[in-house]
Design a binder for this molecule. Structure first.
Ligand code: 9WN
Length: 440
């Protein structure tokens, strides 16, 4: 399987290459996405470190004057009926002039990817690359703490589910359903008119609607995007009532990992992280553990307004393993939970929602299917927690899944069928990394 799988993965990445950057899928996602490009860079790091470095440099084309890295940079000249119109970034003074971007962010993996790539670059290039990216990465982390953790709680608050990467994950969708919808949306929901939304969507032209975000979730996300826009995409201006403000588990666990990568980069460059930022980094490690729920033995996201834990189980519960913040008893419980066959360890692990949960949906987007990027991150976490055998088992099972079903966007955890895009870049890129992993 090995050499053929690597060849197929490389072909996908070559087909999705758009000059210096790579789109997630030629058909479904023609623009550049933040965490997708980070996974592409990680996956390509060892086989093509120069392309991987270019992929990350291209992300900073979109960096805003205030430090934010946007979750999307729009491809030049692509007709885009939906999303570009929502943002209109050029109307924002801090947005870049040369490219159009979205006005929210996505999981902050840029420092993590930069460190993976740097480790693979020959030494003179490595130093130049890190010297160029370090101040930009610092600006981004400063933005995250300044704008998104104004109360200094240690956790970044997200203002829209598109920021969390696991977009339609059940805890977020439950919070969205609690939001008071405008009258026209309530009418549309009652009369089931939301199905009309499908006419304006491109994803359901390429994949069965059952595999994508439901029309109601999609509409609620658009309504929330308009709400966020009315408040300048600015957390400080958003009303506590009527907004959906979440201290997201996956995002903050990945932030803790990224902070560590930034420390590695600083050390490599003989530079210091300034004390104020360093204090914030430490506060995140402590605050992450506040998201643990002892009775159920899991981590959850938290509503930033009510302080309630959003106690629906999801795969995000395993990401703190990579952050390295969990105590040994917590690690033991998580590792045991991960291996339950009727929950997170069916035939094709790891489902985005455990198979025994009420919310589990075999084929719908982030509500059940297995995703390669999450498996990859869990496997890094298991390795960090010392569970190397299980990390390796997950690595092999993930490779088997891609070998059977191809480089799909996501997969059935029950029977391994592929769903969504078939030429998905992060599946391809991380397959390359998983094939090479024993060498690390
Ligand atoms: C909205 C590109 C992105 C991923 C996200 C995934 C999906 C977009 C969408 O695709 O989100 O950003 O159109 O649904 O949920 O994680 O980055 O692959």
């Amino acid at each position: 399987m090995t050499s053929d799988l690597a060849r197929r993965a490389r072909e996908v990445l070559d087909r999705n290459r758009r000059g210096t950057w790579t789109c997630p899928s030629g058909q479904f996602y023609p623009h550049q996405w933040l965490w997708d490009s980070c996974f592409v860079a990680i996956g390509l790091a060892r086989s093509d470190p120069q392309r991987a470095a270019g992929e990350l440099r291209a992300l900073f084309r979109g960096q805003w004057g205030n430090g934010m890295l946007p979750h999307m940079i729009f491809a030049e000249g692509r007709r885009d009926l939906g999303t570009k119109r929502i943002w209109q970034s050029r109307k924002r003074p801090a947005a870049p002039r040369e490219v159009e971007t979205s006005c929210i962010t996505q999981p902050p993996l840029a420092a993590v990817a930069a460190w993976y790539v740097a480790e693979a670059l020959p030494s003179p290039d490595r130093r130049a690359f890190l010297t160029e990216l370090f101040p930009k990465l610092l600006d981004y982390h400063h933005w995250l703490y300044r704008e998104r953790d104004p109360r200094q709680r240690g956790l970044v608050t997200l203002i829209h589910p598109w920021e969390c990467g696991l977009d339609t994950t059940p805890p977020w969708m439950r919070e969205l359903r609690r939001m008071r919808a405008p009258w026209w949306m309530r009418v549309a929901l009652r009369l089931r008119l939301v199905r009309l939304v499908r006419f304006f969507r491109t994803d359901t032209k390429f994949a069965p609607a059952a595999e994508r975000a439901s029309a109601a979730d999609g509409l609620r996300m658009l309504v929330l995007a308009r709400h966020v826009k009315r408040h300048g995409f600015d957390l400080a201006r958003m009303p506590r009532e009527g907004s959906v403000l979440i201290e997201d588990l996956a995002f903050n666990a990945l932030l803790a990992v990224a902070n560590r990568s930034l420390e590695e980069i600083a050390r490599e460059l003989d530079q210091d992280i300034e004390p104020e930022l360093d204090r914030r980094f430490r506060s995140t490690k402590v605050a992450l553990e506040e998201l643990w729920d002892e009775p159920t033995g899991q981590y959850y996201s938290r509503n930033a307004v009510t302080d309630e834990l959003l106690d629906i189980p999801t795969v995000a519960t395993f990401l703190p393993l990579w952050a390295g913040t969990a105590s040994p008893p917590r690690v033991t419980r998580l590792v045991r939970r991960l291996q339950e066959p009727s929950g997170f360890w069916p035939r094709f692990p790891v489902p985005s929602v455990p198979t025994d949960a009420r919310q589990f949906d075999d084929d719908r987007y982030w509500k059940g299917p297995t995703w390669v990027n999450v498996n990859w991150a869990i496997s890094e976490g298991l390795r960090r927690a010392g569970a190397t055998d299980l990390a390796d088992e997950l690595r092999l099972r993930t490779l088997d899944l891609v070998d059977r079903a191809g480089t799909a966007e996501y997969f059935s955890a029950l029977d391994g069928r592929g769903f969504g895009a078939r030429d998905f870049s992060w599946t391809a890129a991380l397959t390359l990394d998983l094939l090479e992993a024993p060498a690390r």
